[in-house]
Design a protein around this ligand. Structure first.
Ligand SMILES: Cc1cc2nc3c(=O)[nH]c(=O)nc-3n(C[C@H](O)[C@H](O)[C@H](O)COP(=O)(O)OP(=O)(O)OC[C@H]3O[C@@H](n4cnc5c(N)ncnc54)[C@H](O)[C@@H]3O)c2cc1C
Length: 443
């Protein structure tokens, strides 16, 4: 049963609690730009900064308030490793691309850490490391293989934590072991977004809110975009709309679909409880298909617990109930803990779980972060901008992945997610939970 605090916020991200006032955005739409960017999340803003710094005149448009997408409402886990293991990547894209994707993890992380430092962005960056927690014995074997591949193919630091040593990381007997990626961090995602807005505005880049691009047409080798504020001509356009891509970009909607992710925040916990629950102080992610991810808030007072409560759009009170139940599976001692927040956002998922940077019919894009974008969206936003401007440094292995669609998704609405949700809930969850119970040491 979920117990709410008296002033609980339904739908408002926890990050709003101590947020600075929203910045002011530009009022008038300029008639032209060298580079027009659609979407003002991490991808669009990072692309804007990089394109501006090559000398381009840049305008960024967002259909809502910039940050209304995933970039101000995510879990703040900050890391850059591909979602798939080396062997899966090699099967999909070939060994050379798999090698290049693994090798790019470290430079991607360093690139965004440098951006934060250079722009003096105060986003509560905490060098916590991240632990991936194995829900079944089979998952733990897979983590060990991943650790070997990470050591062999990248500069990233990774080490295995055996089940007997896990108590130093997390106080629960649910997991079979873990993999620590020591250079990963925690951030306040809204502060990172605000910092990128400020860095762009300090350069004189125009960012417009409530300015949806409802039509984009080719004209004289460039583009003309239609918005509620009129039309704007641009030599080049970058699409940075990820999980919020609108119907007018049908080719992209069939390849990047919105998968909801739900987060809850607990009330402030009694002193010492978080150190007892998670003595490792890391960002924590499960290997279960439901993909729970959790952490302490930057002030160390609450637990923020996210996951795929459903692949469909759920009422927030139902999502909160599911997230709360999952949290209590990990830490039963939180069963009477009240919740202060529940919120959701849409990740832009791809059928192969990998983002892609490319150009379709002259339209540049960096999309498909598949739930892992605090670093990758910021990093690949920069790459797509350098590709669009033709400046040096735009090469990335993420241009050698693919944005593929599936027969499951013939329309712009992702109706297949209803069936996928049922499949996960009835078969995958049940099987994983069975394997978890089977392998648990008798207490
Ligand atoms: C709940 C949740 C938790 C997450 N947790 C993590 C995490 O802990 N760690 C991690 O690495 N990643 C996480 N992610 C993923 C990460 O937040 C995203 O990958 C990243 O923010 C994507 O940034 P973006 O700029 O590409 O897209 P967004 O931030 O989603 O921005 C897209 C923007 O495009 C605008 N737009 C759409 N269509 C148009 C149009 N036609 N005209 C103008 N504007 C338009 C939208 O209004 C929106 O503002 C999470 C995501 C969610 C939803």
């Amino acid at each position: 049963m979920v117990i709410w605090t008296e002033n609980a916020r339904m739908g408002e991200p926890y990050w709003q609690l101590n947020a600075a006032p929203a910045p002011k955005f530009a009022a008038g739409l300029p008639p032209k730009a060298d580079i027009l960017i659609i979407g003002a999340g991490y991808t669009g803003l990072s692309a804007a900064i990089a394109a501006h710094d090559t000398g381009a005149d840049v305008v960024v448009l967002d259909r809502e308030q910039p940050g209304a997408g995933a970039s101000s409402r995510n879990g703040g886990m900050f890391g850059a490793h591909p979602r798939l293991g080396w062997r899966e990547l090699a099967k999909l894209f070939g060994e050379a691309v798999a090698d290049a994707l693994f090798a790019e993890a470290k430079p991607a992380l360093e690139c965004v850490k440098s951006l934060i430092a250079d722009e003096k962005i105060d986003c509560d960056l905490q060098h916590t490391g991240r632990i991936q927690l194995a829900w079944t014995a089979g998952h733990f074997e897979a983590l060990k293989t991943l650790a070997e591949d990470v050591a062999a193919k990248s500069e990233v630091q990774a080490h295995i934590v055996e089940r007997r040593d896990l108590a130093a990381e997390i106080n629960t007997d649910r997991y079979f072991g873990g993999l620590v990626l020591a250079e990963h961090c925690g951030i306040d995602p809204q502060k990172l977004h605000l910092g990128l807005v400020q860095a762009a505005q300090a350069r004189g880049i125009k960012i417009l809110a409530n300015c949806e691009v409802s039509d984009l047409a080719r004209k004289h080798g460039g583009f003309v975009a239609t918005t509620p504020l009129g039309r704007i001509n641009a030599d080049k356009v970058i699409l940075a709309t990820n999980g919020y891509t609108t119907d007018n970009f049908r080719w992209f909607q069939r390849r990047v679909f919105p998968l909801p992710s739900y987060l809850i925040a607990t009330e402030e916990l009694p002193e010492g409880l978080i150190a007892h629950l998670a003595p490792g102080g890391r960002m924590m992610v499960e290997t279960r298909a439901r993909h729970s991810y959790f952490r302490a808030s930057p002030d160390g007072k609450r637990i923020l617990f996210g996951g795929r409560a459903s692949m469909r759009d759920l009422p927030l009170d139902v999502a909160a109930k599911r997230q709360h139940a999952t949290m209590c599976e990990v830490w039963p001692e939180l069963s009477q803990t009240r919740l202060s927040h529940v919120w959701k956002g849409f990740t832009g998922y791809t059928f192969n779980h990998m983002p892609h940077v490319g150009c379709e019919n002259g339209l540049h894009y960096a999309l498909g972060f598949s739930g892992s974008g605090t670093v990758m969206a910021t990093y690949l936003g920069r790459k797509v901008a350098l590709q669009a401007t033709g400046a040096e440094g735009g090469e990335t292995a993420y241009s050698q992945t693919r944005l593929a669609t599936s027969w499951l998704h013939p329309f712009t609405r992702p109706h297949f997610l209803k069936a996928a949700d049922l499949w996960y809930r009835t078969w995958v969850d049940t099987r994983e939970n069975y394997l978890n119970r089977q392998g648990r040491s008798p207490l």
